[in-house]
Design a protein around this ligand. Structure first.
Ligand SMILES: Nc1ncnc2c1ncn2[C@@H]1O[C@H](COP(=O)(O)OP(=O)(O)OP(=O)(O)O)[C@@H](O)[C@H]1O
Ligand SMILES: [Mg+2]
Length: 164
């Protein structure tokens, strides 16, 4: 069964006085939509960062389909298998909405015209109309920026989609 599994995961920031995560064990199965809830500062972003391979857990292990993340090439894992929508959307400020979605596809080898066509389709599917495609993130509302970030994450075709 394809799944993302955490086993006794702990995390402490280098400057942290206490653990941001402690003994987290859970399984996310293929096709499931799961919500992680908790007060501000309880470790949600930290948990997603560990699952996204942005940070290595201080304790415990994360497995994707039984493969231990600590034994995988994390750059490749992030490029091909996991997509993260950040809490602060992390769009490139000097790229238009369309370019923000198309560029990662081009970097993964898609032809420019194909990447742009797919990017348009994805933007429209999240409610970003053509008139916004050429705008820079600073000229979009917060919700519009977030939807561009969702389109970009979907564009990657990654198996695991993490939304903070
Ligand atoms: N870079 C960092 N260095 C040190 N401590 C950090 C760092 N980032 C977060 N923390 C601490 O780790 C704990 C968990 O933070 P985290 O960002 O995961 O919380 P969160 O649940 O996502 O909160 P919010 O709902 O406000 O986004 C908090 O106590 C926070 O202060
Ligand atoms: Mg957070």
């Amino acid at each position: 069964m394809p799944e993302l599994r955490l086993e006794n995961v702990g995390y402490r920031y280098k400057s942290g006085e206490r653990d941001a995560l402690q003994g987290v064990s859970c399984t996310f199965r293929d096709g499931e939509v799961s919500a992680v809830m908790g007060p501000s500062g309880s470790g949600k972003t930290t948990l997603l960062s560990v699952m996204a391979g942005l940070d290595r857990p201080t304790r415990g292990n994360v497995y994707l389909d039984g493969e231990d993340l600590s034994e995988l090439d994390l750059d490749r894992y992030r490029r091909e298998r996991v997509a993260m929508i950040f809490q602060a959307f992390q769009l490139f400020p000097l790229l238009t909405a369309l370019e923000n979605v198309a560029l990662p596809m081009e970097m993964n080898g898609a032809k420019k015209a194909e990447a742009q066509a797919r990017a348009k389709e994805l933007l429209l599917s999240v409610g970003i109309g053509e008139e916004m495609h050429r705008r820079y993130p600073a000229h979009l509302s917060g919700g519009e920026q977030q939807r561009v970030a969702i389109a970009r994450a979907l564009a990657s075709g990654a198996r695991v989609l993490l939304a903070d």
